[in-house]
Design a protein around this ligand. Structure first.
Ligand code: AMP
Ligand code: ZN
Length: 142
């Protein structure tokens, strides 16, 4: 379902041009307009889901399977030295386009953006860590 005013829905519908590198019945994969590195691409589900909370579980699984295949393909073509797969949810997490997408970011030893995806470490006491663990512990299977 297309969402009004969603730039990725418009790209999927062909209303806005994009550099598409792959398309099937469920996904379109485009080059990012402001790439972090050579070949930075985005996997877009054709159906509009705002984020990880909304996306259909089966589509999410297929998106990751596609990421695995494209990582291999892109690494072979681009000869990159590593690969990041990134997926932001919510403004505070860096999401700027509210249509679920996965970033495929080839990384190069001599790349300009050597420091993308690094963060300062936050400190927690052992008691805090135990409380976090206990609050997150899942009984049984999800
Ligand atoms: P995020 O910050 O995770 O929401 O990522 C959104 C990404 O979409 C950014 O990396 C943008 O550069 C990219 N982007 C925004 N508009 C376009 C567009 N029209 N075509 C291709 N990429 C886009
Ligand atoms: Zn959309």
């Amino acid at each position: 379902m297309m969402e009004k005013n969603c730039i990725f829905c418009k790209i999927i519908a062909g209303e806005i041009p994009s550099n598409t590198i792959y398309e099937d019945d469920l996904f379109r994969v485009i080059l990012d307009a402001s790439p972090a590195s050579k070949g930075h691409a985005l996997i877009l589900p054709k159906q509009h889901y705002a984020n990880i909370y909304e996306i259909d579980e089966e589509v999410a699984g297929k998106a990751f399977t596609l990421a695995k295949k494209l990582a291999a393909h892109m690494t072979e073509v681009l000869h990159c030295d590593g690969f990041n797969i990134l997926q932001n949810n919510g403004e505070v997490a860096g999401q700027t386009v509210f249509h679920f997408h996965m970033h495929l970011i080839p990384r190069y030893k001599d790349g300009k953006n050597a420091d993308i995806l690094t963060w300062a470490h936050e400190e927690f006491t052992p008691e805090e860590i135990a409380a976090i663990r206990d609050s997150l512990k899942v009984d049984g299977t999800l």
